[in-house]
Design a protein around this ligand. Structure first.
Ligand code: CTP
Length: 414
């Protein structure tokens, strides 16, 4: 069946100009080489859902790296090749196209990366995770505009269902468990019944996934607009406790994620990481850090939050006391406390991050020297005292600060 141009027109209209012209160039080059090319996976799904497609994933029946190199040259774009995987990325000036040689995959061991062999677009679609990601749009030749949908992805898109292509899918690659929850949450879809049962049956296969791959999936989930939805689903499915028995997610954390976005949109996603471990007992902190392969910075924030959770700040504490409590802590941990803590802890963490941490005296080191403070350590000490006095409202103006320094000097002389 020949294709119809409608979907391609829709695609080109939905893309930023740079992406559209890179794609048009690519089609010309592929035509000249008689290589069949297809838009595959996520961008096809998004196109059919009337969502803006992200990066363009193109499958090539033929040599993807060779075609990518020609595109990079013709359009003066950057080329990165991955010969081991038969893939290449062409990018620059607002364009980003991922090209892959159409392939078939065999999983020799559960959770291990598959061995791949060049093949047809049909095989390439059959190796994929979910029906809604197993569609392709032919981009050239007489087929141009034809939607290839061997697994019924379009019907599942209409029905809002996440469905695997075969019963061993989660065993082959248990990261699909984490991906399924992400798509459900992002698209407002639900797991088709048999897929749900397979997922629950195959939860133990999460053990086969390396910490680095688990990390990557969580990192992608935390970049979603509302990651708490996917995390809640992972908790409900039992996936979180399978990854580590002390990983929990609940309504309280859902509210904390929402609050964090509201009070500190720029602390996202960094502060999501410590929040994610809010319910983890101190004794389980290190194993959880290892299971999620947290970076040093993320791990430090998690450890700091574990400590902060254990301290109950005095309500009515002076601002300068609050500053000494939080000043040495990673900001992601303090934001997490501001989002999930209760009472005084939450208020003080918020006040510190939003106001206190940037309070500085008006006088600088040079001003103190001019007022007679001895150089070296005393200057630092007086600045710290001035900052505390300013935080606590004891000095306001420059004159107040100067008076306070002079008084201090007199007292020190006595
Ligand atoms: N894929 C798969 N199994 C995986 C990972 C990926 O079958 N474990 C396939 C899916 O067909 C997916 C495609 O590879 O559509 C590209 O993967 P990725 O970039 O992770 O997915 P997108 O669908 O592009 O996801 P997103 O919208 O989150 O970028």
């Amino acid at each position: 069946m020949p294709g119809s141009p409608q979907l391609i027109e829709k695609l080109l209209a939905s893309l930023p100009t740079e992406q559209a012209s890179a794609l048009t160039r690519l089609v010309e080059l592929a035509d000249r080489r008689s290589a069949a090319i297809y838009l595959v996976g996520g961008p096809v799904r998004d196109l059919l859902l009337d969502l803006q497609p992200g990066d363009l994933d193109v499958a090539v029946e033929g040599d993807a790296i060779d075609l990518a190199a020609h595109l990079a040259e013709a359009a003066d774009l950057r080329l990165v090749r991955h010969p081991r995987f038969g893939t290449a990325t062409v990018s620059g000036d607002g364009a980003h196209v991922d090209l892959a040689t159409a392939r078939t995959e065999t999983y020799e061991a559960a959770g291990a990366l598959p061995s791949v062999r060049p093949s047809t677009i049909d095989d390439d679609l059959h190796r994929r995770d979910f029906t809604i990601n197993a569609m392709a749009l032919a981009l050239n030749g007489t087929d141009a505009g034809r939607l290839l949908d061997p697994a019924g992805g379009r019907a599942d898109l209409d029905a809002g269902l996440i469905r695997v292509l075969h019963t061993a899918s989660f065993q082959d690659d248990a990261t699909r468990i984490l991906r399924a929850a992400r798509y459900e949450a992002r698209l407002g879809f639900r797991l088709e019944e048999a897929t749900h049962d397979l997922l629950v049956r195959d939860l133990p296969f999460l053990e086969t996934i390396s910490p680095a791959r688990v990390h990557q999936e969580f990192a992608r989930t935390l970049l979603e607009h509302e990651p708490e939805r996917a995390l809640m689903q992972l908790a409900n499915l039992g996936a979180l406790r399978t990854l580590h028995p002390s990983l929990h997610f609940d309504r309280e954390l859902t509210a904390a994620f929402e609050r964090l976005r509201k009070i500190a949109p720029r602390a996202v996603p960094a502060a999501y990481w410590p929040l994610l471990t809010w319910h983890v007992a101190k004794s389980a902190t290190e194993p959880v850090i290892a299971r999620l392969a947290l970076t040093r910075r993320q791990a430090d924030a998690v450890r700091a939050l574990t400590e902060l959770r254990g301290r109950t700040p005095r309500s009515g504490a002076r601002p300068s006391e609050t500053v000494s409590l939080f000043a040495a802590q990673p900001t992601a941990a303090v934001w997490a406390l501001a989002a999930a803590g209760s009472g005084a802890a939450r208020e003080q963490a918020h006040a510190y991050m939003a106001r206190y941490r940037n309070v500085r005296p008006l006088l600088r080191g040079d001003d103190l020297l001019a007022l007679g403070v001895p150089p070296g350590k005393p200057v630092g000490e007086v600045l710290a005292r001035l900052r505390a006095a300013k935080l606590d409202g004891e000095v306001r103006t420059r004159t107040d600060e100067e008076r306070s320094v002079r008084d201090g000097l007199i007292r020190n002389d006595e």
